[in-house]
Design a protein around this ligand. Structure first.
Ligand code: ADP
Length: 399
């Protein structure tokens, strides 16, 4: 196996996604998903050299999950412990005020990531479990934490400050942190490359529309606003998350429906968004239901698009004009209706979508605005794994 490969690990509460990537070329040597860790029906799916190996097996914890993944690497001719892996890059969701660049992991860093768990109770502990597991399996390979919040560290004060009691905010670390930063950074960089213009010269709006969804406004390559806040719950309508709502709704539900903290958490994080309104969280399912004439699905779609347009309007004004609007992630890359509806009727702002370009079956970075439009509208596939691999390689190259 070739040297200089990076193992990228995205460790969630009950799953681990991983990829073995060549950071220079972007080639993916192998990739996989370990699911239902600590639950019934544990499973792994490992893909390499055009074939997929699957197994159903009980997976008690993250170490067992990664051990299983390492076994699949070995079985398929990529023994990770033998050669080639120069770094491991971990996606870590919350870096708080502490971490704002990719960071080489040591015991102190690991403890600090664990300490930030109050801000990301589902994510940070799972990220820590993943790092600990890799420490056991690859003790001599440097590990780098790449934070979802880091790109937004320098948000202007006016954009990151919530209008609540300043002392309460300071004591509890309450501010807008932003998430999906690795994707927003990668995609906005690709936009500059695609257009052949320096990132510093561009005003951009980037819509990352996956299961989770967020939008960012960038001036000269740096974010000036983003839709996710203290947690990844704020902002756009998502698969299962509400995004923005009146905080009074929470008080009302606590008083009248007697929901406790877990009940509110479940409702807003898992039982809202498209799933809450239409019963499905997958966009393909939503489109199918709309095709069958389902009114709830239609309304959910309309609410989703309405929220996109509300943010678009806000960010257009914050930036004072935009050079490029870009769609990325599962829905953004694959759903032409969302792109067309989000930008419909905006020609007076120089914004238009060309119907043929928008519906062309093309998977690469592409322009979907008419050639003579003032604002470039683009579709750019995100690649968070490659961005993490490159960040990890850059950090380890300097130590
Ligand atoms: P995440 O990484 O947040 O889990 P993704 O970026 O993979 O999410 O996006 C998942 C969403 O993208 C789902 O709602 C799914 O329906 C949608 N999606 C993925 N592929 C397609 C496709 N080919 N056509 C339409 N929607 C798609």
């Amino acid at each position: 196996m070739d040297g200089n490969l990076v193992l990228v690990v995205n460790s969630g509460s009950s799953s681990i996604k991983y990829q073995l990537v060549d950071p220079a070329s972007g080639a993916v040597e192998a990739a996989g998903l370990v699911e239902r860790i600590g639950e019934a029906g544990g499973a792994i799916e490992h893909r390499t050299d055009g074939r997929t190996v699957s197994e159903q097996v009980s997976i008690p914890d993250h170490t067992a999950g990664l051990r299983l993944a390492f076994a699949k690497f070995a079985e398929t001719g990529h023994d990770l412990t033998a050669a080639g892996v120069t770094a491991v890059g971990h996606r870590v969701v919350h870096g708080g005020e502490v971490f704002y660049r990719p960071t080489l992991v040591d015991a102190g860093v690991l403890a600090a990531i664990e300490d930030l768990s109050a801000l990301a109770p589902l994510h940070n502990p799972a990220n820590v479990r993943g790092i600990e597991a890799v420490c056991t399996l690859l003790p001599n390979v440097p590990q780098v934490a790449v934070f979802d919040t880091a790109f937004f560290h320098g948000l202007p004060d006016a954009a990151k400050t919530y209008a609540i009691d300043a002392k309460v905010a300071e004591t509890h670390g309450i501010r807008r942190y932003g998430f999906h930063g690795t994707s927003h950074e990668y995609v906005s960089g690709r936009v500059a490359e695609f257009l052949g213009r320096p990132a510093g010269s561009l005003n951009q709006i980037v819509f990352h529309l996956g299961n989770g969804a967020s939008v960012s406004a960038l001036r000269g390559g740096r974010p000036v606003d983003t839709s996710m806040g203290l947690t990844p719950l704020e902002g756009l309508v998502m698969g299962t998350r509400s995004g923005d709502l009146d905080p009074g709704i929470i008080l009302h539900l606590m008083r009248t429906a007697h929901l406790d903290v877990n009940g509110v958490d479940r409702l807003l994080n898992r039982g809202s968004g498209l799933r809450g309104m239409a019963g499905v969280n997958d966009f393909r399912e939503l489109r199918r239901l709309i095709g069958e004439g389902d009114d709830n699905a239609r309304l959910a779609y309309d609410v989703y698009v309405h929220r996109l347009r509300r943010y678009l309007g806000a960010y257009l004004i914050e930036l004072g004009g935009v050079d490029a609007i870009t769609f990325t992630a599962g829905v953004g890359e694959n759903n032409p209706d969302v792109r067309a509806d989000a930008l419909a009727g905006l020609s007076r702002f120089g914004i238009a979508v060309d119907p043929d370009r928008n519906t062309a079956k093309d998977r690469s970075a592409r322009r979907i605005s008419p050639l003579d439009a003032e604002v470039e509208v683009l579709v750019v596939p995100t690649n968070e794994e490659l961005a993490i691999a490159r960040a990890a390689a850059a950090v380890t190259a300097t130590v």
